[in-house]
Design a protein around this ligand. Structure first.
Ligand code: ZN
Length: 406
């Protein structure tokens, strides 16, 4: 692989929030070697890539996706008719779409049959192309909880989800260890009901503090971070008390929840787009009425909690829940627009998808254009500092020093 010199007129520095002008990024193999002002840069011996007027950022990180869901109206509906093989092929396509949109790192928080782990390993071995994946395996849930979602007592999807369903600390500890045994990078569990699980009350807590603590303590013993799906007010607060690394969605968070986040250093992954897409598009595409009603309930409250977290300087990492209804892989940069509509500056939104995301994932090799980090570099048509929709126009993708889109 030739070493490259990438000429940038505008480059987002995620560590300072500043936009640097007229610089050259030098790569050496899969890493960034140096950054120099254009006027002083010596380009001989390098393959020169001129990004012109494009806006350059570190490869983006989406901290909440589901590769095994592809945006259809009711993800649970087709499950019984598909096999793990169908899902694997579909999931790889979703990973490709995300990379082409500028997302060089994904945190995959909930899949089945350890498909995400197989895809992650195949990409790492160079057998398939795709983004860097951090995966959780199946989301751990209680009986009838948000991840125990097939509803019909006559269906048996033991192969896919049963090991991640448990009640009481002992069964949940077993579920954590079962996922770790199969090579997950992190743990995800469901604290409360959700929008897309039929029969769950979105605000209802589904796991006791004692159960959550058993999951978190076990995960930490293995050096893992913990993400929890939590919409409901009490479920969010018990999850923070139990020691989760991040609250996902956090849509019905109250003021006490905000203060607990602050006290415990918990990160919020807001996924505004997931609820907004169902609110705006659900009826038209045929999402079940019960799901639309729940999305409406949570979305209004979510924008208020989001604003409070910004005001209180709670770490907020970019995540989209890509794969939920009408929330397609490769189209998730719309979340940047929502983050700005509901209270962030463009700089804050870009920081959420770079610096804060890499910190949440404990991946110091990504999230910034700095010597020593991976040469994950992407560029957009337009200037997001003036028009945030530019983030939906990705026109250059480099991952590990290799160009995937130009
Ligand atoms: Zn999700």
């Amino acid at each position: 692989m030739a070493n490259k010199a990438i000429k940038c007129s505008k480059m987002f520095d995620s560590q300072t929030g500043q936009v640097r002008e007229n610089v050259v990024i030098f790569t050496e193999g899969e890493r960034i070697a140096a950054i120099a002002p254009l006027a002083e840069a010596r380009l001989e011996g390098y393959e020169v890539i001129d990004l012109g007027e494009r806006f350059v950022t570190p490869g983006l990180c989406d901290c909440h996706v589901h590769l095994m869901m592809d945006g259809q109206a009711n993800p649970s509906a087709t499950k019984p008719y598909e096999t793990i093989a169908d899902w694997t092929l579909a999931a790889l396509k979703c990973a490709h779409a995300d990379l082409m949109a500028g997302f060089t790192s994904l945190r995959v928080v909930g899949g089945n049959g350890f498909v995400d782990e197989a895809i992650r390993d195949a990409i790492n071995r160079g057998e398939h192309w795709g983004p860097r994946l951090m995966t959780s395996g199946a989301a751990i849930s209680t009986t009838g909880g948000h991840a125990d979602d097939h509803y019909s007592p006559y269906l048996n999807d033991e192969l896919n989800t049963a090991p991640a369903i448990g009640d009481g600390p002992d069964e949940l500890i077993k579920a954590v260890r079962y996922n770790i045994k199969h090579g997950v990078d992190m743990i995800k569990y469901m604290s409360t009901g959700g929008v897309m699980s039929r029969g769950t009350t979105v605000g209802a807590q589904q796991m006791s503090l004692e159960e959550m603590k058993a999951i978190c303590d076990t995960a930490k013993m293995y050096g893992m971070t913990i993400a929890t799906h939590a919409h409901g007010t009490s479920g969010i607060k018990d999850a923070i008390r139990a020691g989760v690394t991040s609250v996902e969605h956090g849509m019905l968070m109250d003021e006490e929840g905000v203060q607990l986040m602050k006290e415990h250093g918990t990160t919020l992954v807001p996924t505004l787009i997931a609820a907004e897409r169902i609110v705006v598009k659900g009826k038209e595409i045929g999402t079940p009425d019960w799901a639309i009603a729940k999305a409406n309930t949570v979305f209004q409250q979510a924008t208020k909690g989001f604003k409070r977290c910004i005001e209180e300087n709670i770490p907020i990492a970019f995540g989209t829940d890509s794969g939920t209804p009408f929330n397609f892989h490769g189209k998730q940069a719309y979340e940047f627009e929502l983050m700005c509509r509901y209270g962030m500056t463009p700089t804050q939104a870009l920081t959420a998808a770079t610096k804060t995301a890499s910190e949440l994932m404990r991946k110091p090799d990504v999230g910034a254009i700095e010597p020593g980090r991976y040469a994950d570099i992407v560029a957009f048509d337009g200037n997001p500092m003036e028009d945030i929709t530019a983030m939906t126009r990705c026109s250059f993708v480099m991952k590990g020093g290799e160009v995937y889109k130009a």
